[in-house]
Ligand binder design. Structure first.
Ligand code: FPP
Length: 248
């Protein structure tokens, strides 16, 4: 499959092409990045957090309204306990070290996924971070934590069933909008561009509903090496694509 690695590197926001309003990234390849350097997997995840910092800054500078990052999937619990705990530790460090900047930069921090299954202190930190930036009106940084698209859709179906059972809704009123309103992403712009790093060509239970009309981009780069220049290339590739939404 084609990647953007041969596209010209743009030094600034690409001119002419449309800027995606909402970009989502499956940040894959931290483990392989570490292995290539004979380092422990944790070193790869740490380098992954550095990439998160650089790429979120670049997304803001390009005028991307919402960036959604897949940080911990509902399937990641299957990893060794030590790695799960390392990832939670990195999330704590990220909130401690980066929340001031996000708040100052007018970013609204959001979480998608069932993060309430995390340790109580981490849930409190995440809630505090969301509350601290809730009054901002700038770009959205949505972090997917214990997120799985199938569980998200099951949750929406359950809410609809409850609404019908309680007489608040008629089954004939259930349409795509009714489902979207019950997804974790209900207040985010429509997903325009979904990027997966590290050469894997899968969605891995990420934003399955939202990806219906998104442009998909698979790049070979391992996540820790994914740079602002590569985000600019991805945005430029998006600007060159023609979106027809089923029309001609
Ligand atoms: C995939 O690489 C990456 C993850 C499962 C975790 C992504 C997490 C981060 C980048 C750090 C935490 C994020 C924030 C926002 C603080 P992999 O381990 O599956 O890599 P591999 O496929 O090469 O083994």
């Amino acid at each position: 499959m084609r990647t953007v690695s041969s596209a010209p590197i743009l030094s600034a926001v690409p001119g002419g092409g449309a800027i995606p309003r909402h970009v989502a990234i499956i940040m894959d390849g931290n483990g392989r990045w570490a292995k290539q350097r004979h380092l422990p997997r944790l070193a790869g995840h740490k380098a992954g957090v550095d990439a998160v910092r650089k790429v979120t800054r670049a997304a803001r500078a390009m005028g991307i309204e919402a960036l959604t990052l897949y940080a911990f999937s509902s399937e990641n619990w299957r990893r060794p306990e030590e790695e799960v705990s390392d990832l939670m530790g990195l999330l704590r460090i990220f909130i401690r070290s980066d929340l001031d900047e996000l708040a100052r930069e007018n970013v609204r921090l959001r979480v998608i996924g069932d993060y309430r299954r995390f340790a109580p202190d981490l849930v409190a930190m995440v809630d505090g971070a969301i509350a601290r930036t809730a009054g901002n009106d700038g770009p959205i940084l949505a972090i997917a934590l214990n997120y799985g698209a199938q569980a998200e859709l099951v949750g929406a179906a359950r809410q609809l069933a409850e609404d019908v059972r309680a007489g608040r809704m008629d089954p004939s009123a259930i349409d795509a909008g009714a489902i979207e309103a019950r997804l974790d992403t209900h207040d985010l712009p429509p997903l325009d561009l979904l990027i997966r790093t590290s050469g894997e060509h899968r969605l891995s239970n990420f934003l399955l509903w939202q990806a219906a009309y998104a442009e998909l981009l698979f790049v070979e780069t391992l996540w820790p090496d994914f740079s602002p220049a590569e985000l600019a290339e991805a945005v430029a590739a998006f600007g060159r694509r023609q979106r027809r939404y089923g029309g001609l």
